[in-house]
Write a protein that binds this ligand. Structure first.
Ligand SMILES: [Zn+2]
Length: 337
């Protein structure tokens, strides 16, 4: 009898997997590939300036300006797409007073909005002085008379002294890079995916606490399997969109460092149950790029680049035509903001 039960339960799981796969591939229900809602996340805000290593601006203001313009451009080109922002003013999300609440608030807004794509806008910088800085170098030596020793032993002595020259070092690091989260066992996106899933089917649910509790239950193998399938799909789509974004930047003449993966500083990408990317639109620490990101022309170009990527992404996921495989995937552990 026990054996029979095992066979039956094994069969059940097999059928379940088949069913899950087929419903997943036929893009029905929550896995529908149709883009409906885009969540735009302007990095930092309020008490969190983001990188301040610039000459004329701080990160939080640029990310907000570019994000709002991006949202307007998306609405103009795709009137059927809904645009949701995590913030529209210079404030932390829900006026959070700590980083954890701020990041959690961003993910919560995205998940409750049932977003289909999460775009976080950020600005990069190097640790060196913004714009540039003076450094010294030795250009020769000269004989110099110095006093050495103490008291009665004090005497003059000729020494070889270096001759220094100050020179200007320009902070030359420029360019864009787009991050996706690291898909591995330690950064399982399942919780967030389930959370979004619950929001999807829970139109009548008003008790959000109850929803959250249920959403985090990944104890059943079915729930885990389902979440893993979504995770794979979301990861692929994140990598695809990130690749298209960097392609568009490169095509318009920007320096592109491609698509990267990082654990630290991108928790918000893991907490969102949808394809999600974090775009570093340029370096604040480079004088010209900072001016570019603050100019109307620069902001319009950046928005145009991301919009172009979104158009191509939308085409590919909605028509089902196989997307080009992501290229230039790099692992990066730098501390850029
Ligand atoms: Zn940032």
């Amino acid at each position: 009898m026990k054996t029979m039960f095992r066979v039956l339960s094994g069969l059940f799981i097999y059928v379940f997997v088949l069913f899950t796969f087929s419903s997943f591939n036929s893009q029905s229900g929550p896995s529908s590939a149709k883009l409906r809602t885009i969540v735009i996340d302007p990095g930092h805000g309020g008490i969190y300036t983001g990188t301040a290593n610039g000459l004329i601006s701080v990160e939080k203001d640029i990310t907000l300006e570019v994000s709002l313009k991006l949202g307007e451009a998306i609405k103009a080109k795709f009137p059927n797409l809904k645009v949701v922002y995590t913030r529209t003013t210079d404030a932390t999300v829900n006026n959070a007073t700590n980083l954890k609440d701020d990041l959690h608030g961003r993910a919560q807004i995205a998940n409750q909005a049932k977003g289909d794509l999460f775009i976080s806008i950020h600005v990069n910088s190097t640790p060196q002085h913004a714009g540039g800085y003076y450094e010294k170098r030795v250009i020769g030596h000269k004989k110099k008379l110095v006093y050495v020793g103490k008291g009665s032993k004090k005497h003059k002595k000729w020494v070889n002294a270096p001759i220094y020259e100050s020179y200007w070092v320009k902070n030359t690091r420029i360019g864009t890079e787009t991050y996706i989260w690291k898909a591995d066992r330690n950064s399982f996106k399942g919780d967030a995916i389930n959370q979004r899933d619950e929001a999807e089917s829970g139109e009548d649910v008003t008790d959000s606490a109850a929803v959250a509790e249920e959403a985090f239950d990944l104890s059943s193998p079915e729930a885990r399997m389902r979440a893993q399938l979504y995770e794979k799909k979301y990861f692929d789509n994140s990598a695809l969109f990130a690749t298209l974004v960097e392609e568009s930047f490169a095509a318009s003449g920007r320096q592109s460092y491609g698509v990267k993966q990082r654990d630290k500083g991108i928790q918000v990408l893991q907490a969102t149950g949808m394809p999600s990317v974090l775009i570093e639109i340029g370096f604040l620490s480079n004088k010209e790029e900072e001016e570019y990101m603050n100019s109307d022309k620069g902001q319009a170009e950046i928005v145009e680049n991301i919009l172009d990527a979104l158009s191509r992404y939308k085409d590919e996921v909605e028509t089902g035509i196989p997307a080009p495989s992501p290229v230039n995937l790099q692992s990066d552990s730098s501390t850029s903001k």
